[in-house]
Design a protein around this ligand. Structure first.
Ligand code: ADP
Ligand code: NG1
Ligand code: MG
Length: 460
């Protein structure tokens, strides 16, 4: 009997390559895949909602992943897409050279995430590289077991897998850092103004390690986690597609406006200060000094668009152009003090967390930082959800050292740090207290083992 290779082996819904290959053949006239690409999801331990402000993050890859089975087709320009979950994700066929950024931002449907990646890969190529492959099309079949819209970065695994599958098919070599950067750039075509954490960890993760990611320039440093604790991810069961509303981009824009208003108050070139870390760099300040500036220059009450225009001395149209995204121009109120305070304090927590990991700090100190991160996300950043709050409460009662939402929030998952010796008891407690009332099963929770980053295979 042929061996079936599976990915995401410790999870109940591991991906079977046999099934994916069979699906590929059924949908694509009995052709066999030529190669495979696998890209993992991630869980972020600390440094939440700071990457797009230029601050560092501390995620690790999870075992759950996106797998793409692929084949090049000569003498045609189409790309054909199919998904193993065909009841949820319809087949799509598209001319490869006519993927427009306008059409990608119109709908966050699954195929548009994939096409963002194909477009991003093609933008990376020069005219002379594109010419000989003008008449190369692709067959792609996708399978995934990352819980979707749950803060574990299924979207970026999908986009990054599409970039890789396209470049591998074209025979183009690329460094991991470049791959992460182009994947982050092209995922923005879907409409979310994310910072690049998800794609950077998906590509650069190393088995057994958490990764510190710094931006501008993108740099990666691997860290061992304490071995007497386990990190457990649990779904709140509330889901949130980040590109389907303007909540995520509103936070990005609030941070941008906070940065620009402080810059204006300090007589700096405010239009260039689109990112809080750039403002800090220009001022040569410490994070504590930045926190002082938030208290001095940003009021706690909401800002209206009119007030912001008056402070910056611009028209509404100019503000739309300089500071807002297409889906935030109709937002009427902005909370700048709270968002900027979260970012600077979270950046401090992330630095402390890394130092504690390096110097064998205590689990309770690490856990306290995770708890503080969560409180700040709930109260200052307002990106939690009532079901997720109930889950955090259960995790704390189950004696987690620390627990926080992971990813963008508004639902999704929490990550809890628990003593290794008490992990089994913890899982049982959360099942009893949270999942049993919801008739949900044990697939909703898993212990994470830091996994390897993206790979391409000729055979699985
Ligand atoms: P996440 O927190 O998981 O990144 P997003 O809202 O950013 O959530 O993206 C979720 C979207 O990604 C889904 O709505 C779907 O369009 C796409 N997606 C994720 N996983 C898959 C998959 N296995 N197959 C097809 N599309 C997927
Ligand atoms: P999720 O929830 O996985 O879509 C988002 C952003 C990250 C980061 C986190 C919050 C994208 C692709 N991802 O993740 O860049 O800002 O939220 O820390 O925009
Ligand atoms: Mg996402």
């Amino acid at each position: 009997m042929e061996v079936d290779y599976i990915w995401g082996t410790t999870t109940n819904n591991a991906i079977s390559v046999q099934k994916l290959e069979q699906h590929f053949r059924e949908n694509f006239q009995s052709y066999k895949p030529e190669y495979y690409v696998k890209v993992p999801g991630r869980v972020n331990l600390i440094g939440e909602h700071v990457d797009y402000c230029g601050y560092s993050v501390f995620p690790m890859a999870i075992e759950q992943c996106i797998v793409v089975a692929a084949k090049r087709i000569n003498n045609q320009q189409t790309i054909q897409l199919t998904n193993l979950s065909s009841e949820r994700y319809e087949n799509v066929s598209k001319n490869i050279s006519s993927i427009s950024t306008d059409s990608l931002s119109k709908s966050p449907c699954w195929s548009n995430y994939f096409l963002c990646g194909v477009r991003g890969a093609r933008e990376y190529l020069s005219e002379s590289q594109l010419r000989p492959i003008e008449n190369v099309g692709f067959l792609f079949a996708v399978a995934g077991n990352i819980p979707e819209s749950s803060g574990l970065s299924s979207s970026s695994a999908l986009v990054t897998a599409a970039v890789m599958a396209t470049l591998v098919g074209y025979g183009v070599q690329i460094s991991r850092l470049e791959l992460a950067e182009i994947s982050a750039k092209c995922e923005r075509y879907i409409g979310t103004a994310g910072g690049g954490m998800d794609q950077a960890i998906a590509v650069n993760a190393k088995q057994g390690y958490a990764t510190r990611i710094d931006f501008n320039p993108l740099t990666i440093k691997q860290f061992r986690l304490p071995n007497d604790v386990k990190f457990i991810v649990a779904q709140s069961l509330a889901v949130k597609n980040k590109a389907a509303s303007n909540d995520f981009n509103t936070r990005v824009v609030e941070c941008r406006l906070a940065s620009q208003i402080i810059a204006k108050r300090l007589n700096l070139e405010w239009k260039h200060m689109t990112v809080l870390a750039t403002l800090q760099k220009n001022l040569g300040n410490t994070l504590d000094q930045m926190i002082e500036l938030v208290h001095q220059h940003l009021h706690v009450d909401k800002y209206s668009k009119k007030e912001i225009c008056e402070i910056l001395n611009v028209s509404k149209n100019e503000l739309d152009e300089v500071s807002l995204t297409p889906n935030t121009i109709d937002v009427t109120e902005f909370f700048l003090h709270q968002r900027a305070l979260h970012v600077f304090e979270e950046a401090k927590r992330m630095e402390t967390f890394c130092k504690l990991c390096e110097n064998s700090g205590s689990a309770s100190d690490l856990g306290k930082l995770m708890d503080d991160s969560h409180s700040s996300l709930r109260d200052l950043y307002q990106c939690s959800h009532p079901d997720l709050e109930e889950l955090v409460d259960v995790c704390k009662r189950g004696r987690a050292y620390g627990c926080k939402l992971t990813g963008a929030g508004w639902g999704g998952c929490v990550v809890a740090m628990v003593p290794s010796a008490g992990a089994e008891e913890f899982v049982k407690f959360v099942k009893d207290q949270f999942y049993s009332k919801r008739n949900a099963d044990e697939k909703c929770m898993f212990t994470t083992n830091p996994s390897e980053g993206a790979c391409a295979y000729l055979k699985p």
